[in-house]
Design a protein around this ligand. Structure first.
Ligand SMILES: *Cc1c(COP(=O)(O)O)cnc(C)c1O
Length: 390
């Protein structure tokens, strides 16, 4: 997934250009008479909108901010319930709490994404929105999720923080639901250091998102910013020009990033399959995944722990599963449930199916730059370990 692997001269040049061309105006708004027509955040928004074929894009300061802003666009607030999967980055849950809404957390299936049936069963009269998350580069089952959501009048916010550039049945991740959220933090597919984007096809959602991310500004085009009107309470979730400038360059590298990862993943996976690797791989709903991780499921937790011990010995790394479960699996988020309507006293007994899947699985990171020898070496080590633990 890491855009940092291709971070280089082009990004440096984009930053220098910003200083050379307009003297380093870093604010995305105003300064119209001295910035010489340079608006990098706006350009980045336009590039994202074009690249993913979605009419509206609002840049924000992070992926977490994108989620918060998307929920604000839907008027999610106290008394509403928002459904999220048990396996995601904790920001998805935090955004719901920041909106003042109640968390409802449902199991994943062997795609490591939200189980559509679990989502359907969790809908209540209070359910306002669902946030399917495209974890580790592969899409949630969006057709079924959309169908269930629409039947119950539930809004859909896609958390595509880890899915930038992926597709489900031909549609770019993030553009299928009512709103979609991207992250460009330092570990994501493309990076701006910190940064995010909200995308939507709905003009009124866009206008609410734009306003909420910037202190409620109405964005009247007829007056200077200082005389602008306010439409609602908002906050500062703005992106700045440096991030916009870097984002434009990173976006131009996205196709290369994805095709390299897919190629490397395919090589590693086929090497394992050809040699009868005995474990099941993650179920992938659409081949247009990003290919930034290879996940396999062992028979049980004990076997997974044994496998991990051997990986350590062989110098092999994992990616989030299991090394960062603390931040990715709802079972470990006790601190979020102090005032929780549903989990205050019962979180320990929840999400057993997700635990069974996650705690017996291992994710291997796939990088943009992996030599054939790296891939071959990793495959041989994994095959050797698989024989040891059987
Ligand atoms: C990274 C991430 C976020 C938050 O993005 P930031 O830019 O780090 O705030 C939200 N959801 C998921 C699934 C993520 O991986």
């Amino acid at each position: 997934m890491p855009g940092f692997e291709v971070f280089g001269e082009e990004e440096r040049k984009a930053i220098n250009d910003l200083f050379d061309a307009n003297g380093g105006i870093l604010f995305a708004h105003g300064f119209d008479s001295i910035r010489k027509g340079i608006y990098r955040v706006r350009e980045f928004e336009a590039s994202v909108s074009q690249k993913f074929q979605v009419p509206y894009a609002q840049a924000v300061s992070s992926g977490s901010a994108a989620l918060r802003v998307a929920l604000a666009a839907l008027n999610v607030g106290p008394g509403d319930e928002v459904i999220i999967p048990a396996f995601t980055y904790i920001a998805t849950a935090e955004a719901v709490l920041q909106a003042g809404a109640d968390l409802v957390i449902v199991d994943i299936d062997e795609s490591f994404n939200m189980d559509p049936n679990a989502f359907g069963s969790a809908i209540s009269p209070q359910t306002k929105a669902v946030i399917p998350v495209h974890m580790m580069g592969a899409p949630a089952e969006m057709d079924r999720i959309m169908e269930i959501a629409q039947a119950s009048n539930v809004s859909v916010v896609e958390d595509a923080a880890q899915g930038v550039g992926g597709k489900f049945k031909g549609q770019s991740l993030g553009t299928i639901g009512d709103l979609g959220c991207f992250s460009f933090d330092a570990g994501k597919v493309i990076i701006t250091g910190e940064g995010g984007m909200v995308v939507t096809s709905d003009q009124s959602f866009y206008e609410k998102a734009r306003s909420f991310h910037d202190h409620g500004h109405k964005y009247l085009s007829s007056v200077p910013r200082g005389l602008d009107d306010a439409v609602s309470v908002g906050f500062n979730y703005r992106m700045m020009e440096l991030q916009g400038a870097i984002g434009i360059v990173q976006l131009s590298k996205l196709d290369f990033i994805i095709s390299s990862q897919r190629k490397n993943k395919a090589k590693l996976k086929s090497k394992l399959v050809e040699n009868n690797f005995p474990f099941k791989f993650r179920k992938i709903h659409d081949q247009n995944e990003l290919g930034d991780a290879l996940i396999f499921m062992l028979e049980n937790r004990e076997q997974a722990l044994k496998f991990l011990d051997c990986m350590k010995r062989e110098g092999l790394a994992t990616k989030n599963i299991p090394d960062a479960m603390r931040w990715h699996f709802a079972k470990h988020w006790k601190h979020l449930y102090a005032n929780s309507k549903h989990y205050k006293d019962s979180y320990q007994n929840q999400w057993q199916r997700s635990a069974d899947i996650l705690e017996s699985s291992i994710a291997i990171p796939i990088m943009i730059r992996m030599s054939d020898e790296d891939i071959e070496g990793t495959a041989l080590k994994l095959l050797k370990i698989s024989k040891e633990v059987m």
